[in-house]
Design a protein around this ligand. Structure first.
Ligand SMILES: NC(=O)c1ccc[n+]([C@@H]2O[C@H](COP(=O)([O-])OP(=O)(O)OC[C@H]3O[C@@H](n4cnc5c(N)ncnc54)[C@H](OP(=O)(O)O)[C@@H]3O)[C@@H](O)[C@H]2O)c1
Length: 333
């Protein structure tokens, strides 16, 4: 079958479409024929080698963390799915590779595709939907009336996080460029700050939660927006010791990782706010919690562009420009 393969870390010319054997599903796995695959900055960072210490994929490996498709065959122990079911998923770390004609996915990572969505729309959702759920619901327990700042509201993550935060009853602020202010307001942001002409910390104060997706300077400036007791959660680093423990890193790496966030944790403590890094994880059960919200239109996917598989290099160039509007999806035919 055809797949998009990373042959060497850190070399964009060493990622290309090639032939690989069809995967054989283990007893708890489902073989899925992939119809569409969403792409994420995580794919680019992985291929660049940025996650080697935490996610040590051995080259060559197939890229891709999001899929929508149809069950082709099931392992002996699979109980929840049948051939012919339409599904979507973010396969667990270590078992990624959705940019391919087929992939074997653990049953626990899969959910039925929301009935109202196209394959391309469904493929845009798992990674960012799970991230938004894990931060807003599981980690920060966002409640009605709380104030939440989501940086980069027009990106793949932000477009879904704004809608989920709004659904939870939060007052949502976001940052984006001038061309996307109307989009983020339509998605539910009460305050949209143009990062090119305004400083968000001049307009916002007393926030309960800030979700950072940007650089170190944005992360540090975000502290001033929070009220005492507020939470600063970063998706773009630096990682912290709790994350290193959960990731099962060895004691030396844990020390190194802990030191990476020492400065921001110190600054956060001085302002009586808490800092945490979050790395999302696969969960079919959480996708099923999102499905009713997708099927009743509370959360609507935002797909910027759909690329044919043969144009996957263009899709990654668009992603890596840092200016996608919602998600980029690759159609696997
Ligand atoms: N740790 C995790 O589990 C996890 C999960 C999901 C995402 N992430 C990380 O979160 C980050 C965002 O992911 P994504 O998928 O949303 O990326 P994305 O879709 O590539 O984000 C693109 C968007 O960012 C906006 N943007 C660019 N520079 C900005 C700035 N300085 N301030 C505010 N907005 C800005 C752009 O708006 P304009 O075009 O108007 O500039 C564009 O719409 C990435 O670093 C990703 O790796 C991590």
């Amino acid at each position: 079958m055809q797949a998009f393969i990373v042959h060497r870390y850190g070399d964009p010319t060493a990622r290309r479409i090639g032939e690989v054997p069809l995967p054989e599903p283990a007893s708890d796995e489902v073989l899925v024929k992939v119809h569409a695959a969403g792409i994420n900055p995580l794919d680019s960072k992985l291929a660049a080698g940025a996650y080697k210490a935490v996610l040590p994929y051995r080259t060559p490996f197939i890229l891709g963390h999001d899929l929508a498709g149809v069950v082709e065959r099931i392992g002996r122990g699979v109980t929840r799915f049948q051939p012919g079911d339409a599904v979507f998923a973010r396969p667990r770390d270590g078992r990624i590779g959705t940019l391919a004609a087929f992939i074997a996915v653990n049953e626990a990572d899969l959910a039925r595709k929301p009935a109202n969505l196209t394959m391309e729309q469904a493929a845009s959702l798992p990674l960012v939907g799970l991230t938004a759920w894990q931060i807003l619901v599981e980690r920060a327990h966002v409640e009605a009336g709380q104030k939440v700042l989501i940086h980069a509201g027009s990106g793949g993550f932000g477009t879904i996080a704004i809608q989920l935060a709004k659904h939870l009853g939060a007052h949502v602020a976001t940052t984006t460029g001038p061309a996307n202010l109307a989009l983020v307001q339509r998605l539910g942001a009460a305050v949209a700050v143009n990062y090119r002409s305004e400083r968000f910390e001049d307009r916002l104060e007393g926030y309960d939660l800030v979700i950072n997706t940007q650089d170190k300077a944005t992360l540090e400036r975000s502290i001033g927006v929070l009220k005492p007791g507020g939470q600063l959660i970063s998706l773009s680093g630096p990682p912290d010791a709790e994350f290193a423990r959960e990731a099962g890193l060895n004691p030396l790496l844990r020390l190194v990782v802990g030191a990476m966030s020492a400065a921001i944790r110190r600054k956060a403590r001085r302002h009586a706010v808490r800092y945490a890094f979050h790395l999302m994880r696969a969960s079919g059960a959480q996708l099923e919690r999102l499905t009713p919200l997708l099927e009743n239109g509370t959360i609507q996917p935002v797909v910027d562009r759909i690329y044919p598989f043969a144009q996957i290099a263009e899709a990654f160039a668009h992603l890596e420009s840092g200016h996608a509007r919602g998600k980029l999806v690759v159609r696997i035919d």
